[in-house]
Design a protein around this ligand. Structure first.
Ligand SMILES: NC(=O)c1ccc[n+]([C@@H]2O[C@H](COP(=O)([O-])OP(=O)(O)OC[C@H]3O[C@@H](n4cnc5c(N)ncnc54)[C@H](OP(=O)(O)O)[C@@H]3O)[C@@H](O)[C@H]2O)c1
Length: 247
């Protein structure tokens, strides 16, 4: 299915996986709204690169966890690029790594509310625009840690598992309205978020994966594009992890 001429909003697209998704969409002729929170210069650089190549793009600031800011962002995108056909829920909601017995409730609560709030607010703001288009596609970036957890990740695993459930629920509700909803679950991917992991940890992850390397942001972007280009796939979670865990 051709994506040319569509309009996309990618949350958290100033860096990492979101930036790779924004660039990959633009290369397919999609007009892209590059959402950022703190990294304005990086977001503007991505927009500049897309525009220099002849594409359409805009940078738009919003805290993806804040309903009012997300509503304003969706309206700004519609005004500048047109109604949104594609929503990629990618913004990284931070969390401390700690064992469960030491995990502060406030941090756990903030991660759950932030992750699920960003998904809820994003979809509520954008789905009405998709209905104007008589269809659309949503892809949420979850995590392999939702199903294959490790020490220190209780909040992240719970939040991403909740996001997967939300994806399946919306797939059921919005399918009859012409909207597909899927998830991509990356394994360890080399971005700023994983830059401080010890090299030996990354090497061990690469050695464990059947494809024998760590993931790149571009690998995740390729999978997002693949799901967007299908026509009869909804409610699935696609792992992108070199086979390091298979579900
Ligand atoms: N890297 C991995 O190994 C991995 C594995 C599984 C899943 N994931 C998921 O993939 C997604 C992207 O992660 P990443 O590794 O690409 O992270 P990253 O390189 O740290 O980039 C994070 C992005 O999220 C944005 N962001 C953070 N808080 C935001 C907020 N409140 N509102 C809007 N944007 C916000 C940042 O924007 P600013 O810089 O402008 O603030 C930045 O563009 C996340 O959902 C993450 O959980 C990552």
């Amino acid at each position: 299915m051709s994506l040319t001429g569509k309009v996309a909003l990618v949350t958290g697209a100033s860096r990492g996986i979101g930036a790779a998704v924004a660039s990959a969409l633009a290369a397919q002729g999609v007009a892209v709204a590059v959402n950022y929170f703190g990294s304005e210069a990086a977001a503007r650089a991505i927009v500049q690169t897309i525009q220099s190549a002849g594409g359409r793009a805009m940078a738009v600031k919003a805290d993806a966890r804040d309903q009012a800011q997300v509503v304003a962002m969706a309206a700004a995108v519609k005004a500048e690029l047109g109604p949104i056909d594609i929503l990629v829920l990618n913004a990284a909601v931070g969390f401390p790594m700690a064992g469960f017995l030491d995990y502060p409730w406030e941090a756990f609560e903030a991660k759950l509310l932030g992750e699920l709030g960003a998904a809820f607010h994003g979809c509520r703001a954008v789905v009405p625009q998709m209905l104007e288009r008589k269809g659309g596609t949503i892809v949420a970036i979850t995590s392999g840690l939702a199903r294959n957890p490790g020490w220190g990740f209780c909040a992240h695993s719970a939040a991403k598992a909740g996001l997967e459930g939300f994806v399946r629920a919306l797939a059921c509700e919005l399918g009859p309205l012409g909207i597909r909803v899927n998830a991509v679950a990356p394994g360890l991917t080399l971005t700023d978020a994983t830059a401080r992991l010890p090299e030996k940890h990354k090497d061990a992850a690469a050695a464990h994966a059947p494809l024998r390397r760590n993931g790149l942001a571009e690998d995740v972007a390729e999978a997002v594009l693949g799901l967007l280009q299908t026509g009869f796939v909804t409610g699935v979670t696609l792992p992108v992890n070199g086979g390091s865990y298979i579900f």
